[in-house]
Design a protein around this ligand. Structure first.
Ligand code: HEC
Length: 123
């Protein structure tokens, strides 16, 4: 009986660990963005624009969002999001959109920024 319980317990452990590991690193980092950004284009009224379909999207082009002059200028230049630009923006928003309004979460490592960029550009 005791052995049976131990086996059950071991099974419970092996079943939960891989489940937790399945959440991609980028999804975990994205939790720090979710106070201002949604991945649902229909969700209005957040502090930042929705981030659905970011790969190849023109900067400053989320319908209905009131962007800073920096992003409005980027939009007229038809600049588009790709991995390099997104990582650069998260490291230093002024490097991509000088004078823009976003202050990104502090404390993200180079790996965190790469992971969240991968995550967002894949959706
Ligand atoms: C405190 C609120 C806030 C947080 C947290 C935040 N952002 Fe932003 N973000 C904004 C605002 C506001 C803008 C619009 C900037 C502007 O108009 O200059 C923006 C713009 C952006 C854009 C440009 C989108 C477009 O339509 O071109 C991207 C990409 C972005 N944020 C990614 C992120 C990521 C990734 C994180 C998390 C690591 C994050 N943001 C965290 C407020 C935030």
């Amino acid at each position: 009986m005791r052995a049976g319980l131990a086996a059950l317990f071991a099974l419970a452990l092996t079943r939960t660990e891989p489940l937790q590991a399945q959440e991609p690193a980028g999804a975990i980092v994205f939790k720090a963005c979710q106070s201002c950004h949604s991945l649902d284009p229909a969700k209005a009224g957040m502090a930042g624009p929705h981030l659905a379909g970011l790969k190849g999207r023109v900067l400053g082009s989320a319908e209905g969002f009131d962007y800073s002059p920096a992003f409005r200028a980027a939009k007229t230049q038809r600049l588009r999001w790709d991995e390099e630009r997104l990582k650069a923006y998260l490291a230093d928003p002024d490097a991509v959109a000088p004078g823009g309004w976003m202050s990104p979460p502090t404390g993200l490592s180079v790996e965190d920024r790469a992971a969240v960029a991968d995550y967002l550009l894949g959706r």
